[in-house]
Design a binder for this molecule. Sequence first.
Ligand code: ATP
Length: 363
Amino acid sequence: MAATEAEADIHLDGVSKRFGEMTAVDDLTMSIPRGSFYAMLGPSGCGKTTTLRMIGGFEDPTAGKVYLGGADVTQHPPYKRDVNTVFQSYALFPHLSVEKNVAFGLERKKIGKSEALKRAHEALELVQLDHVGKRKPAQLSGGQQQRVALARALVNRPRALLLDEPLGALDLRLRKQLQIELKRIQQDVGITFVHVTHDQEEAMSMADTIAVMNGGKIEQAGSATDLYERPRTAFVANFLGISNLIDAKVTGDQRVTTHDGAQLHAPECAGLTGDVRIGVRPEKITLVPAGEAVPDGSNVLKGKILVAAFLGVSIQYVIQAAGGEELNVFAQNFSGSEPEALAVGREVQLVWRPEHTFVVERG
Ligand code: ATP
């Protein structure tokens, strides 16, 4: 979902942040559409949090401009920006009840006590915690406390909510549950969510658009399906799953040849020349015993099974391809046992449809 600059809710224009010699964010331009759930995904230190802090006004850019709703807010302090931030640590006031924690910001804005409490209850309802309004934060679980923090950030209906690893402190089960809930809340309130995470599954399960960051830059932004099925760099391909990268040379229109002479059809190589790197996701590959027929028009590589790991519902194979690469294949396990024809040491063919071939380096 590409937003033009004009319809973007949040727009960064050539934003950089340097800490001394260190460039944390490097000439970043990005547009986040109004009402979208936007995830910034990347490894530790890639500049996600610094970018979020510049949107929130907690960090001044070294260069570039930050726009909210079309207005230049680069010089505005956080409290003058119509955005709220939810951090990993909930930062609730321990001595105040849950409802007072949520109403706190409203009362400071000179909204009457009863109106503030009414709105606090609406926000608590949104996160399904209306029944615990009278309790103190310490009487809630970690997940509940984070939902209170969320209600507090939503209570004044900001233009956008900035979420910095908000689920990072929770255990896996709770995190999964809150991922779904966050998505539902975002759909209900319809405001823009910008969510920072290093967890690819979390980003994929919630976001409309994911921006994959590396070294202070966005490597690629797009929907989860886009990034998974058409990664444009090896970094993106590897960060979002197993990539099975293969070196090849373009030898015809949409045709490539691998080291061992296999000819493959790669529609994404249209217009390219020279050396390329292609890839295919493990679940797109079917294993066929050597010598057996394969469907017309398929891409085929020869290989030998190195490892077959029985995972119950599926089997993960590691294959030594004839060109030297080790490739992964996930096969659905219909019979409930490992097929004899695909045992370790067997010669096999890796077969996939040409349109599942992506290109990560272009010649
Ligand atoms: P993480 O997931 O670990 O929080 P991140 O992707 O959010 O990582 P940032 O926190 O934005 O990364 O940091 C980017 C780089 O900038 C890192 O190398 C970090 O050490 C550096 N950095 C961040 N804040 C400061 C600061 N106040 N002073 C000096 N260096 C900083």
